[in-house]
Every structure is written in structure tokens, then in C-alpha cells.
Design a protein around this ligand. Sequence first.
Ligand code: G6P
Length: 611
Amino acid sequence: MCGIVAYTGHREAFPIILKGLKRLEYRGYDSAGVALLNGDLSVYKKQGKVADLEKSVEGKNLNGNIGIGHTRWATHGEPNDLNAHPHYSQSGDLAIIHNGIIENYDSIRQELLNRGHQFTSETDTEVLIHFIENIQERSNTSLEEAVRLALQKVVGAYAIVVISRQNPKQLIAARKGSPLVIGIGKEEYFIASDATPIVEYTNEVVYLDDREIAVINNDGLSIKNIDSVPKTPYVQTIDMELEAIEKGGYEHFMLKEIFEQPKSIMASMLGRVVADKHRLHLGGLIEYFNRLMSADRIMIVACGTSWHAGLVAEYLFEELARVPVEVEYASEFRYRNPIIRENDVVIAISQSGETADTLAAIELAKSKGAIIFGVCNVVGASIPRATHAGAYIHAGPEIGVASTKAFTGQITVLTMMALMLAHRKGTISESKFREFLIELENIPAKVEKALKLNDQIKYISDIFKDARNFLYLGRGYNFPVALEGALKLKEISYIHAEGYPAAEMKHGPIALIDEEMPVVFIATADSSYEKVVSNIQEVKARRGQVIAIVTEGDEQIKNIADYVIEIPETIEALTPLISVIPLQLLSYHVAVMRGANVDQPRNLAKSVTVE
Ligand code: G6P
């Protein structure tokens, strides 16, 4: 949450920062701001999107080779111009941008108020920069030391960058719990919340670790931890194409990412599934695979869409590898003193690899001795670095706030993990294993075929775009898909939607059904097909409007449902990879038709780095 960009070097800083903020807007878009050093320290900030900031500074002198920028997802203080970052210190000599929450800001604020400080915003961030300056003045020390001393007193999470009128060539950055990447160019440096604002200029990066402070000045980059112990920067080369973070002709990132799925699912399997050689190999699991083999129980922790992928994984691991699985919201797991035994294994699923609750759940499980496997998309993010082992999904950057290709990538990787475990444990026959591998290789083409339903789904979306509620029902592997379909619609079109296991309908939701209620059934030809058909009959008997996702060639449901969307057949356990596609498209088209901002839905952020 909140995007951070900073630049120092020989180029004009403003255009680089502005472009970077646009790339990071998925992290929050309540307000945006920039501070530039050019003799003076000037702050420009505006409520709303980065484009609003851009408009508001037209005609201003924006020269300067060093600056910081921020796009905000509000925590303390409503989204308005005053609460936007950057924030000045009391003297106006320092400015800061911040991602995270300073939990003890109120007591620090009181202390500073007693010392005569005046605040212009309601933010914890302004308190922090006043605090830094106050320490610098009282201890007559360097800015770097003042930042260090202030951060030692701070409780909470932060990624910050500070600039100072007194040190016009210096950027100071620090992190704890919120990500920061430093890009190293030729006599220029970039700092950002992720690598997307940087890749255009350099692919050499350093990921800052928790409790580290980086100083960039005429001498280059130096890093120390918060206890002043110097660290050697570990420079990594990242592999990210510029086109992967641009819309490439699509109207929205979300649509681009939905249509990328044949490719991204293939990328998740690349070099891992080789069906004709009967081979499945996930190298990142090997070192700790024995722990997975001997696990008495697998606990999955995740949030949002990743949690839905976790539910699919529960079915997969239990069915294929015969190991008990519990799926937990990371936010609940971490606060309920969970029982974690020696032979338990935890799998943490996260697209961004930065979700604060998931990260905290990992730390808790680790402290109790558990081995943690990660299933993440963003390479080098905090979660993959905090886990013992894992597998990236390699879906490429996902920028639309509503997760799509990450979901199918996660399921693909979790399927491979379950299959690898089942094969090694001998809980799956050779022929079944082989059948799965062959079918996995067929999935991208089947997803491609499902995407061809786009026009039909657009047509159906037009009919239901004004509905006030939606119900999504599915059973077995399609139950998590029903939850995911409902979440997608809620997130981007603001229509209330609920997902339920189809049989649970009778225990409540059926009371809601009348001729106004669209009910989306995921009713593919699987082991619970007949039961779902009965549920459809029950909805029709109450005059609900049924949209059914069925397997190609289905005749029975065609006669009952109002609208039928036919998807390619696959193995039951792989169905979610295909059945979710029409639901993603349905939510997309409904949202576009309602005039909603699909890529930046209100109040949401892609990377939730606060609790
Ligand atoms: C936010 C995003 C969701 C995502 C969830 C978990 O709510 O808007 O799309 O599913 O966080 O994020 P993660 O990065 O951990 O998968």
C-alpha cells in the first residue's frame, strides 16, 4: 500500500518520478505528491490520481536532479491535499515519503507538540519527519544518525525516503515491513516500492532488508542496519521486460492479464512439467521436500484471492497426496495462538509477496518451528525471502488490482506441488500421474478456448449490469471458484455478491432468490453434477435468473438455465483453471459497463502492506 519513488542522478527527476508513480498506482491512488530539490525544497501534492497531480503542476518550474514521490492509500487521515505525501519537517528543510503505519505516532506527536511543533496534517508520517528533525537538532547529529535514532523509537511498519535541503545530493531510505528496491544506474540511483519504475533504466537492483538504512550521496550507495552495522549491498540482476508492465493495446491491465493466462499458466509450468518424459520437477522445493513428505498436516495461510487458491489447494492435496490440509486467513491465524506441531508444514500463498498479515503469519509459524513453503509471484519480495523453500508462479507483473492471472498461476503451481508429493508418496498411480501431466500441458489451449467466449459473456454482462446482488454457487473444486467469482464482481463493479457452496444455498441464501436475483452456477460435468442440477432447479422454481458455466456439450442444464456458457472439459481437479475464466470476464465487462475504474477500484490496493 502506497507507492514510493525517488531519483538522484544526472537526469531531470520529475518525469522519472511521475512515470514511476503511474506504474505504482496499483498500490494506492488516494493522493499523489512529489518533492524536488533544486536549491529550494519544493513539495507539490494533490488529492486523487497521479494524473490530477500532473495537471496541478502544469506550468510550474519542476527542474531538479533529485526528488521523491508518493502515491497514497490512506491510513491516518482522510485522502486530501494536506494529508498527501511528501511531508515537510517543522523547519521545512526535510521532506519524507512513507509507506506503512507508525503505531506509536500519537505519543511522539504529543511529545513534539509539547516542544512547540505544529502539524499541518493528521498523518503519522508528518510526525515521523518532525521527530527526525527534532532528534537531529537536539543531538546535533547527522541526518543519517537522526533517522536511525528515530526509527529505533518507532513501533510499526515503514518504508521511507528522506531528502534534505542541507544535503542536496543525498537520499536516505529505510525499511521495516514495507518493501523498497534500489536501482543502480550509471551515476544515478532509483528507489521504489517495487522494480516496475526502475526496469526502464537499469536491471541492477538491491532489495533493502528489514531494519536497514540506505544512504545515497556523492560516494554512492552505502547500507547499514539500524544498529549501525555496515552491510555489503547485494546487487541482483532482475529479468523484467518493459512490455510486461504496459497495457499493450488493451483498454485495461485487468483485461490484458485475463487474456495473458494461456501464456502465464504455461510460464508457471515451463521447465517443470515435461509430460512426454513423465517428469515433474519444482527445484525450489527440493531442499525441504522431505519435510513435505513427512508432514502430518499442511496449513495454508493467505489473504483475498490467494486464500481462494489455497482452498483449491486443500482439495488437491487431500485428494491426491492424502494429507490433511487447513486453510487459514493469515489475519486470523496470526492472532489466535494456533497449534503448530513439529510435523506441520505451512504453505504461504501471495501474489505480491508483501501482504503484511501473511508475512506475520509466516513469522509466527517459523517461531514455532514450522517449515514454510512460499507460492508467490513477485520475485525477491519479502514473503519469498522469509520462507524456507517455495516456487514462484512466474505469471509476470500483475498490475490490475483485481487478481486474475496470479490466481490461475497459483493453482497451477499448487497442483504441481500436490502432484509431486502424491507421486513421491505413492498416493497416485503412475497412469493417473501421467494423465495429469498431459492434461496440465493442455490447459493453456483450453483457457485460450474459454477466452473466445468473451463476446458471449459481454452480451450476458449487458443484461445483468444493473443487478444489485449476485449469488455464485459451486461445489467441490468449483466452490472456491464461486467465492472468487463473487469477489471479482464485488471488487470492481461494487455490486454485492456472495459465493456459497451450492448445497448451502438451502441454509440461507435461498431466501434471497426472486426474479431479480442473478445466480451464477459453476456446474461442470463432475462428481457433483447431478446435485448441482437439482440446485439449479431449486433456484428456477423460485424464479431466479440462472447463468450456468457448464462443460461443452452439456444438454441437461441448457434446458433449465437462462444462459449457458460452455467451457472445455478437463480433469475435475483442474477445472478451476478454466471455470474461473468466464467469471473474470463477467466481472470485467459488468464493471466497464457501469463506468467503474476497473484497474483502480475504490478503496482497494493491490499490495496490502498494513494489517
Ligand atoms: C489485496 C488485493 C487482492 C489480493 C490480496 C492478497 O486485497 O487487492 O487482489 O488477493 O490483497 O494479496 P497477495 O499479494 O498476498 O496475494
